[in-house]
Design a protein around this ligand. Structure first.
Ligand code: SF4
Length: 101
């Protein structure tokens, strides 16, 4: 079983963050999962907090709701900047994204 399958099968809480230094601003993530990602007026994508506010601190992460996992994972796979990181909350191991094994 891959680390991805283990995380999902185990009901692990996942969170996602964006490295804005690499974001190209194309908006693919905001199209796939607008509940989680949004472009700000600076042209870069940010994750949203519980009140739908954009989390603009460097490396800020937000929980991935299970119903949106597929959309978030697809965003990470399609992201041209390779800058969407999905990790386990428990040990911060990346399960989807450029640093996943
Ligand atoms: S898909 Fe990646 S590069 Fe494109 S806006 Fe979203 S985070 Fe930025």
């Amino acid at each position: 079983m891959s680390v991805q399958q283990e995380a999902v099968a185990g009901g692990e809480q996942l969170e996602v963050w964006i490295d804005q230094d690499l974001c190209t601003g194309d908006g693919i993530c905001a199209q796939y999962a607008p509940e989680v990602f949004e472009l700000d007026i600076d042209g870069l994508a940010y994750v949203k907090g519980p009140a739908e506010e954009l989390l603009q601190d460097k490396g800020a992460a937000t929980p991935v709701p299970l119903p949106l996992l597929t959309d978030v994972v697809d965003s990470a796979k399609e992201c041209p900047g390779e800058c969407i990181h999905v990790r386990r909350v428990s040990d911060r191991v990346e399960v989807y994204g450029p640093d996943a094994e």
